[in-house]
Ligand binder design. Structure first.
Ligand code: C2E
Ligand code: MG
Ligand code: MG
Ligand code: MG
Length: 292
């Protein structure tokens, strides 16, 4: 009986693997169709300066509206696209679209923001990454200072010498550089000092229970203190509640991104959001002025 159960377990295991494998084959084919038929979209999530309430920038996040599967999360296809190499055409599309939309915001009179784009490991490690990126940037007419690249610790640690050199070139071109998901990658702090980055983004897994878990609180306070001492900007990701925001701001965090402030949204909605936000801010300033 036990033997039989064992057999069944193995059978089911193999069955599941077979399903997984065929799913990934069909997902791979679907990704190709999405590339060819333009099924991807970029949404933009605002980033805010806490003390002033000003919107300082946006993170571009890819969205895939699949004709049958519906919405597919980037968590479920970016990894696969990395392993098949499909991430390269996807990334080119992301960069082109983000540059074009940033230019559209420029055309509306906005020029004091950064457009943050996630850079995947494979994309970063390509030989012509820098020259291709700079060529696309120049073609778009977007000021290099408005572009921020988000890289994860893992990517930067993998080939440290190359990373330091590459980031140095990008920095000298005027781009902003941020370390994404900071705190999850075991990167050594001594290494961080050699990286010419301008910002660290505290991973949202530390923000989640920040208010109730003293260990998460300790990590977050440590990252903020270190970033400030190293004159880096520090942004908290995934801030969902006022309590989290209040805690972070008491501990000198300055930049925020999360559902508490705004969700990722298409460009058309972003424009409306910015307009309303700007108006609300003006009203607050006027009111404060009236009170003093
Ligand atoms: P990430 O770069 O760390 O992006 C932040 C993720 O947190 C986004 O998930 C965003 O929607 C989500 N988020 C923001 N605020 C909150 C919050 O308050 N609560 C919660 N629960 N989540 C929040 P998303 O859009 O699903 O993207 C997941 C990951 O996929 C990204 O993590 C990034 O690693 C990758 N990704 C997304 N777009 C791109 C892209 O264009 N290129 C590449 N290479 N990777 C991308
Ligand atoms: Mg990111
Ligand atoms: Mg992140
Ligand atoms: Mg992430």
């Amino acid at each position: 009986r036990a033997k039989r159960q064992g057999h069944n377990t193995i059978y089911w295991y193999r069955h599941e693997l077979a399903i997984k494998a065929s799913e990934s084959v069909s997902l791979r084919r679907d990704i190709q169709q999405a590339i060819d038929n333009g099924q991807f979209e970029l949404h933009y999530q605002p980033q805010l300066h806490g003390p002033s309430g000003r919107v300082t920038g946006f993170e571009a996040l890819i969205r895939w509206q699949h004709p049958e599967r519906g919405f597919v999360s980037p968590v479920d296809f970016i990894g696969l696209a990395e392993s098949t190499g499909q991430i390269i055409p996807i990334s080119d599309w992301v960069l082109e679209t983000a540059f074009r939309d940033a230019r559209e915001l420029n055309a509306l009179g906005m020029s004091d923001f950064t457009m943050a784009v996630n850079i995947s490991p494979m994309q970063f490690q390509r030989t012509h990454f820098v020259s291709d990126l700079l060529r696309m940037l120049e073609k778009s007419g977007l000021a290099p200072e408005l572009l921020e690249l988000e890289l994860t610790e893992g990517v930067l640690m993998e080939n440290a010498a190359w990373a330091v050199e590459t980031l140095g070139v990008l920095r000298r071109e005027g781009l902003q550089l941020a370390i994404d998901d900071f705190g999850t990658g075991f990167s050594s702090l001594s290494y961080l000092k050699h990286l010419p980055v301008s910002k660290v983004k505290i991973d949202r897994t530390f923000i989640n229970d920040l208010v109730s878990d003293h260990r998460d609180a300790a990590i977050v306070k440590g990252i903020i203190a270190m970033a400030r001492a190293m004159k880096l900007q520090v942004l908290a990701e995934g801030v969902e509640t006022h309590a989290q925001y209040a805690y972070l701001s008491r501990h000198q965090c300055t930049l925020y991104q999360g559902f508490h402030f705004a969700r990722p949204m298409p460009l058309a909605r972003l424009k409306v959001f910015l307009d309303e936000h700007h108006r609300a801010q003006k009203a607050t300033v006027a009111q404060a002025g009236g009170n003093t």
